[in-house]
Design a binder for this molecule. Sequence first.
Ligand SMILES: [Ca+2]
Ligand SMILES: [Ca+2]
Length: 113
Amino acid sequence: MIIKEDGTLDTASDVFAEGESFNITVKVKGYENDLVFTYTKKSEESSDYAPGDVNGDGNINVTDITKVAAHVKGKKILDEKGMKAADVNKDGNVNVTDIIRIAAHVKGKNLIK
Ligand SMILES: [Ca+2]
Ligand SMILES: [Ca+2]
């Protein structure tokens, strides 16, 4: 755990706790009112990529089209999350229809919601 210059605690580097949740108690010598922070693990559900954002970088752009195209051609198969994000029309298949749909989004013609 790192305490940054602005006083925030950075625990992202190395998780020292396991399980669904854990507490961190902050005590300051000579002062009352201990602070207890409770951290709860993010559910798998919320970590899914947004539809169309195949590489999960937060943007839907030409990189995502390229990735879906490579998948459809059988050159580079997407991982599970990528597959889910790539199937923008949610018909259970990742194919050229999805590429067209993502391309339309990138062009600003038909946005994926
Ligand atoms: Ca992306
Ligand atoms: Ca599809």
